[in-house]
Write a protein that binds this ligand. Structure first.
Ligand code: ADP
Ligand code: FDM
Ligand code: MG
Length: 235
């Protein structure tokens, strides 16, 4: 289905491996766009919010602009229990929950775009496929539940070698936070590249990366205005 509408907001996805600086850049980007008078909102998948330092935070000033699909949804709570190792969930089943967590946000996402608000998302279906396929699930199977989600206008992949990521405080105790697994995830991310992707070197300083992110985003916002919102991811 295609939604007809002019002057819409752009859908920008920030992807990358752990510690690449996604959350840091997402927050700086939304602040910067709002400073420039551009309507912008931050979404995050899975629907939970984490500070740049890595700790999960319930109440934070930044939360005012971080929409959560949510920890308060029952799906968000199951995902949170899984990631913190409080609960084991079968690989296919958790994959479907991550996807459902995106689908439950689509109505809200579309209404923001139609209202002219640019939406920045911290991880999307690419993370969904990369992490599940890295566990050994079939890549084609992994893509199916997310087929038909709103297609991003731009995917910025923040690329940081796993060795560099490790230096940024080391990996924590959550599921997936090991070096070998992160390398597999990166390889699968590379297989998912398409025309909407732009790969940025994430080894540079926070401010330098921010400048590059902003440049790409400003161009995309301009170019997307007259384009239709497409609900055809991986179709
Ligand atoms: P992600 O969301 O991709 O896991 P974060 O934004 O949470 O990454 O950043 C991970 C850690 O690295 C944080 O401690 C953050 O302050 C730090 N960091 C983020 N960007 C940079 C950068 N460009 N250079 C050095 N350290 C960074
Ligand atoms: N993750 C994230 C998945 O396994 N599937 C998904 O669909 C998504 C969106 O959840 F380890 C994983 C990736 C990462 C964890 O971490 C969420 P952050 O630091 O909160 O983004
Ligand atoms: Mg993050």
């Amino acid at each position: 289905r295609i939604l007809n509408n002019l002057g819409r907001g752009a859908l920008i996805v920030i992807e990358g491996c752990d510690r690449a600086g996604k959350s840091t850049q997402c927050m700086k980007l939304v602040d910067r766009l709002e400073d420039q008078g551009i309507k912008a909102r931050l979404l995050k998948f899975p629907g939970m919010f984490r500070s740049p330092s890595g700790s999960r935070i319930g109440q934070h000033p930044d939360m005012s602009f971080a929409y959560q699909p949510d920890r308060s949804t029952s799906i968000g709570q199951m995902i949170n229990a899984y990631l913190t190792n409080a609960k084991d969930i079968e690989d296919h089943a958790i994959h479907l929950l991550f996807s459902a967590n995106r689908w439950e946000a689509m109505t809200h996402l579309k209404s923001l775009l139609i209202a002219g608000t640019t939406v920045i998302i911290d991880r999307y279906a690419y993370s969904g496929v990369a992490f599940s396929a890295a566990k050994g699930l079939d890549l084609k199977w992994c893509k199916q539940p997310d087929v038909g989600l709103v297609t991003p206008d731009l995917v910025l992949f923040l690329d940081l070698p796993v060795e560099e990521a490790e230096k940024r405080g080391g990996f924590g105790g959550e599921r997936y936070e090991t070096k070998a697994f992160q390398k597999k995830v990166r390889d699968i991310f590379m297989d998912l590249r398409d025309r909407s992707w732009k790969i940025l070197d994430a080894r540079v300083s926070i401010d330098e990366l921010h400048a590059r992110v902003l440049e790409e985003v400003m161009r995309t916002i301009e170019n997307s205005k007259a384009l239709q919102i497409r609900e055809d991811l991986w179709k």
